[in-house]
Design a protein around this ligand. Structure first.
Ligand code: NAI
Length: 395
């Protein structure tokens, strides 16, 4: 079939298998161009199919030469209906890893469930024995709690009072005011249950209980802080409470891994266009301004540049990992530079529908959004007839 983008709000209903393949190949080339990393050799990535998790899988495989198991929740294709992009990304990742002589297998299903944990543990036991790095990169709006059976929904709301600020519809470029009502306690609790650290700790406990963690194993989950401009809806909102919980969980996991000399970390990453972040009000406008400034300064990074740098300059240097005063790894250092944030604050005040395409990088935002679904890549013939029925080899 000939596959075109069909946009609906924050999502695109179609994805392009060849474009997703190109995306994965471009990321692999980037990692290889930076040279080998003396890092982990057997890696489990939870949330491995898109965004930071995919970049972590690629950095592990093609930077560290590691065997990887990826867990994700993606839709396989049906006749005349494309798969979700993470499916095609993972298919290409496995094909490229196999070509390079690297082990790569995947598990598709709900990572919050006992069943998918069981399946993953069995795969590790059968194929890898023990793992030395676990990346936790889930972003999900819902979680069915494995013990209570309750379906929790996360929300993206301010806490305390209604938040009103500018936002942009990145499809049309319309800058408008958005008001988001304050969360109630249930919203906060549910968001913490979905995006906090409980499930991360459950994964590590399950791995530990079955002796699947190597001595000195590390685990890293991803967090975000961002500037005061977005803090009412992000860091001081419901999602921020979940990130506080995730960050606190790192210390608990480290404690539980003491006998194994293991360590849990949170890495604070940069704001980037992913399926998760495009759904958060206000953030797309912030990202449009941020991209413009970071590109002008020559310090713009995508997921792959971020994670390659996280591995090469922070985690696998052979030296102690540098942490901030709250014990977190910071790879958002360039985003948070004073000069960048001062300029964004000025541009934020000025931003309107009329001027955003000049003062911000709306085109870059849109390009990245299209890329998430495998569209807009150079070297891909989008007029060609392609098969949507691509399989992930190990599934
Ligand atoms: P994403 O939407 O690109 O990736 C989410 C991944 O989770 C995908 O692999 C998806 O298949 C998987 N997933 C979702 N629900 C699942 C489930 N129930 N079972 C199994 N897999 C499931 O998201 P992104 O942006 O890469 O986020 C990953 C982490 O990075 C999140 O914790 C996010 O808060 C954090 N982060 C994101 C930033 C951003 O600007 N995008 C900035 C800093 C941190």
């Amino acid at each position: 079939m000939i596959i075109e983008p069909r946009m609906r709000g924050f999502i695109c209903l179609t994805s392009h298998p060849k474009g997703c393949e190109q995306n994965v190949k471009n990321q692999i080339e980037y990692v290889k161009s930076k040279g080998p990393i003396d890092g982990a050799k057997k890696v489990l990535i939870i949330g491995a199919s898109t965004g930071f998790g995919l970049a972590s899988r690629i950095s592990s495989a093609f930077g560290c030469n590691a065997a990887t198991i990826g867990v994700f929740f993606e839709k396989p294709p049906q006749v005349n209906k494309t798969a979700s992009p993470g499916w095609y990304n993972s298919a290409s990742l496995e094909v490229e890893a196999t070509k390079a002589g690297l082990y790569a297998k995947s598990v598709n299903g709900d990572a919050f469930s006992d069943e998918i944990k069981r399946q993953t543990l069995d795969l590790i036991k059968a194929d890898l024995g023990q793992i030395d790095l676990i990346i936790y990169s889930l972003a999900s709006p819902v979680r069915m709690h494995p013990k209570s059976g309750v379906l929790h929904r996360s929300s993206l709301k301010p806490i305390g009072k209604t938040f009103t600020n500018k936002t942009v519809d990145f499809h049309t470029g319309n800058v408008t005011q958005v008001s988001i009502d304050a969360a109630n306690q249930d919203d906060i609790d549910n968001t913490v249950t979905v995006m906090g650290g409980e499930d991360w700790a459950m994964w590590i406990e399950a791995l530990k209980a079955e002796n699947l963690l190597a001595n000195g194993a590390k685990t890293i989950a991803y967090s975000y802080i961002g500037p005061s401009l977005t803090e009412a809806v992000y860091r001081k909102g419901t999602i921020g409470r979940a990130k506080d919980h995730l960050e606190a969980t790192a210390f608990e996991i480290t404690e539980s891994l003491k006998l194994l000399n293991g360590q849990a970390y949170v890495s604070v990453n940069k704001a980037l266009v992913t399926q998760a972040s495009s759904a958060i009000p206000v953030i797309p406008l912030y990202i449009s301004l941020l991209y413009k400034l970071m590109k002008e300064e020559g310090i713009h990074e995508g997921c792959i540049e971020q994670i390659q740098r996280l591995y090469a300059d922070r985690v696998f240097t052979g030296k102690e990992i540098p942490l901030d005063e709250n014990g977190r790894i910071r790879i958002d250092d360039w985003e948070m530079r004073d000069d960048i944030q001062e300029k964004i604050a000025i541009l934020w005040e000025k931003a309107t529908t009329e001027n955003l395409s000049q003062i911000g990088d709306l085109a870059g935002y849109k390009q990245d959004f299209l890329n998430l679904f495998g569209f807009g890549f150079e070297g891909v013939d989008y007029l060609a007839d392609v098969s949507e029925m691509v399989q992930v080899p190990s599934i």
